[in-house]
Design a protein around this ligand. Sequence first.
Ligand SMILES: Cc1cc2nc3c(=O)[nH]c(=O)nc-3n(C[C@H](O)[C@H](O)[C@H](O)COP(=O)(O)OP(=O)(O)OC[C@H]3O[C@@H](n4cnc5c(N)ncnc54)[C@H](O)[C@@H]3O)c2cc1C
Length: 418
Amino acid sequence: MHVVVIGAGIAGAVSAVELLRDGHEVTILEPGEPGGEQAASYGNGGWLSPSSVLPVGSPGLWQKVPGYLADPLGPLTIRWRYLLKALPWLTRLLTSSSSWDKVRKVSLGLGPLVAGAPGLHAKLAAEAGVPELIHRTGQLYIFPSRKDFLDSAESWTIRRERGVHWIEVDEDELRQREPALDRRYTFALYCEDGGHCSNPGEYVAALVRLAEERGARRVRGTAEGFDIAGGRLKGVRTAGAVIACDAAVIAAGARSRELAHMAGDRVVLETERGYHAVIEGPEVGPRTPVMPSDGKMVHTPMTNGLRIAGQVEIAGLDAAPNWKRAEILRDHALRTWPGLPRDLPAERVKVWMGHRPSTPDGLPCIGRASGCPDVVHAYGHGHIGLASGAMTGRLVADIISGKAPTIDIAPFDPSRFN
Ligand SMILES: Cc1cc2nc3c(=O)[nH]c(=O)nc-3n(C[C@H](O)[C@H](O)[C@H](O)COP(=O)(O)OP(=O)(O)OC[C@H]3O[C@@H](n4cnc5c(N)ncnc54)[C@H](O)[C@@H]3O)c2cc1C
C-alpha cells in the first residue's frame, strides 16, 4: 500500500520506519524540517520513562483550578482568555481523573505503551546510525524528604502495580550519585529501567533520514483534508494538490484535531504548552536525568547542554509564548545545581516553547478512523509522546498491515469521544 504519513515528529517518523519495514510505500508530508523546532518532539525533556503511566489529572485536581487561573506563572496555568475554549477539554480532564480507580484504569492502557520504551528506542536509534543518543542509565525522582515521597504514595503504588521498579536512595547515596545537587534534596527514587534521549530533535531527523534511505518520499507541505469516495481513501489534500494513496496516518501532534474531525472522529484534543531552557556548557549538572518533586519539570543532560523542560500552560495554539516561564525553569536549575554561575550570561541560555498533543483522559488516539478505515490516528500522547513513540509507530504499522496489534489498542480508540 502507499501510505501518506502526515507529520514528522516522533509519532510520524517511527510510523514511517515501521511501515517501510512491513513493505509499504511511504510518503512523509511535513511543512517543516523533521524534528525541527515546530515539533514537540524537538524540545521535550528526553525522558524515556517506563514509569510514565499516570495521566496529568489526579483526584482533587478541581480544587486547584482557581489557583491555576490566578497564577499566570504557576507550574500549571490556564489563561483566562482561553478558558471558554478549553472548557470541554478541562471538564473531561477533571472527570476522567476524579478517582484513583479511574487513574488506575488509564495506567492499564499506558503501561504497555511505555514499558519497553528505552530498549525499543535504542534499537531504532542504532538502525538510524545514532545509537549514542539513547541512554539506558536510569532516572532519579528527587524529593526534599522521604515524607514528600510518602505524600505521593498512591501514584507510586499504581506504578508498582504496573511493574515499575525502583530503589530508595538515602541522603548519603544521593550525594554520591549526584554530588552537584543542592542539599535541600535528601531522598530519591532511582528507576533503573528508565532511559533518556540526549537530542530528541536530531533523533527524529535521523529516523526520517533512515526512512528516506529505505525509499520513503518526503513532501514539504501541510495536509488540509482527505479525498474519500465510497468510504475509501483516495488521497490526502494539500494546498493545490492531492497525494493519491491507499492509507494515511494522522501524526500531526497538537494540530491533529481538524484532520481527525474530517476523518469522522470528534476527538477532544488540546495543546498543553510547555517550555524548555537549555544551559549551554554547564559547569555542573546531573549525571542522571532528575525530576524534582517541587517543580513540574525534568533536568536532563543533553548533547547541547543541561535542558530543563516542563510547565503546563493552557492557552491554545496561537498565543505568543510567555518567556517568563522559561526563566522560571532556568532559575530552578540555578537553585538545584548551586555550582552553576549566578550571573549566567543570557547568550548561554536557549529557550523554546512547544505544544504537547493532549487528550483529557491522558490516553493517545491510535486506531482506524470512524469515517474511513484507511485513515489511522496516531497522536494525543501528551507528556509521554517521545517515550511512547516507538510502540505507537509499531502499532500504526500493525493496523495498516492487518496484523494483530503488538499490545491491546482498545484504550486508545479514537471514537471514544464521539
Ligand atoms: C516541555 C515538554 C517536555 C516534554 N517532555 C517529554 C519527555 O521528557 N518525555 C516524553 O516522552 N515526552 C515529553 N514531552 C511530550 C512529547 O514531546 C510529545 O508528546 C511528542 O513529541 C509528540 O510527538 P508527535 O509526533 O505526536 O507531535 P510533534 O512532535 O508535535 O510533531 C507533529 C508534526 O506534525 C507536523 N504537522 C502539523 N500539522 C500538520 C499538517 N496539517 N500536515 C502535515 N504536518 C503537520 C508539525 O509540523 C510537526 O512536525 C514533552 C513535551 C513538552 C512540550
